[in-house]
Design a protein around this ligand. Structure first.
Ligand code: SF4
Ligand code: SF4
Ligand code: SF4
Length: 294
């Protein structure tokens, strides 16, 4: 049997305003589910609820109108089928992610892999306050990393190589007009470039290449009664080190938070530079400090 009290307290139970009824929230990983999983959830909704489901803004699925006295049984069925309850309270919540390179032609980062790893290693961990993480595959930021406590988006910094034929495809595809081609030489305005990598992907001659590729990292974003946009704390970190950076941010947050402050409130109190220094002194060597720090 599952630990019912633990599950009810920590996970997928959201009391409805209607007396005696509860919504049960099931998390996805990067918004993905199999058709079997969706059929099972539909079946649970038919048997325990009223056949009504709701897709949440954080990529979970809610079954509404579950009677509170049936929670233990439905939680057991959810667990037996291998579905995951969502997370509530002062913990690391469900990680949301766009498809990234698994589907999207603009994808730079493997968002689904990162969301899966984060789901396995940190989702549900107790924290000083609610901690939301979102991962987007490119600067278009479809998973809205800037309104999460920790947000990442893929980034690709272009560099100029040989072989330009002057087709102008790079300039035509750059939405922020950061690249111009003159006499078979592409010129990139680094102040305008957002690192979307579209010029690199569209160059037919590999005259533009990826100089660096990874994730930009934001901290301190949130919605709620006092919304805050996250601040870019690292311009680019290697994709394979994303989990280490996230762990280091979480450790710094745990140490510095007072009375359940969320990350943005901690940063407002101590300053971004101090928060960044706290992160870097934990797990990273000096050579990591050459990463693109904002
Ligand atoms: S953020 Fe980028 S990679 Fe992700 S879905 Fe949007 S456009 Fe595609
Ligand atoms: S990486 Fe994106 S923003 Fe930068 S120059 Fe290329 S197309 Fe423009
Ligand atoms: S897309 Fe490539 S080949 Fe075409 S103008 Fe740009 S750099 Fe040159």
């Amino acid at each position: 049997m599952i630990d019912q009290n633990n599950s009810i307290r920590q996970h997928g139970r959201i009391k409805q305003q209607q007396q005696g009824f509860t919504a049960v929230r099931i998390r996805t990983i990067a918004g993905n589910m199999t058709s079997d999983q969706l059929r099972k959830i539909a079946d649970l909704s038919d048997r325990y609820g009223q056949g009504q489901l709701h897709i949440t803004t954080r990529q979970s699925v809610e079954i509404h109108w579950v009677r509170e006295n049936q929670l233990e049984t439905i939680f057991q069925e959810i667990q037996d089928f291998g579905l995951l309850l969502a997370v509530r309270g002062p913990r690391i919540m469900t990680v949301i992610a766009c498809p990234g390179i698994t589907l999207c032609k603009r994808g730079i980062g493997n968002t689904v892999m990162l969301a899966t790893q984060l789901n396995d290693c940190i989702v549900g961990r107790e924290m000083p306050g609610k901690t939301k993480i979102a991962v987007s595959g490119c600067p278009s930021s479809c998973a809205k990393p800037q309104i999460n406590d920790i947000g990442l988006h893929g980034v690709m910094i272009p560099a100029i190589a040989d072989g330009c034929i002057g087709c102008n495809s790079c300039a035509q595809n750059c939405k922020v007009e950061a690249i111009k081609v003159r006499e078979l030489i592409p010129c990139i305005d680094k102040d305008k470039c957002v690192g979307c990598g579209v010029c690199v992907k569209n160059c037919p001659k590999q005259a533009l290449i990826a100089k660096r590729q990874g994730y930009a990292v934001y901290v301190g974003g949130k919605i709620g009664k006092k919304p805050m946009l996250g601040i870019k704390i690292f311009s680019i970190i290697p994709e394979q080190e994303a989990i280490s950076f996230i762990q280091a941010i979480l450790e710094a947050y745990s140490r510095l938070s007072v009375k359940g402050e969320r990350i943005g409130t901690v940063i407002n109190r101590i300053g971004l530079v101090n928060f960044q220094e706290e992160i870097l002194k934990q797990n990273f060597s000096k050579e990591n400090n050459t990463l693109g720090l904002s």
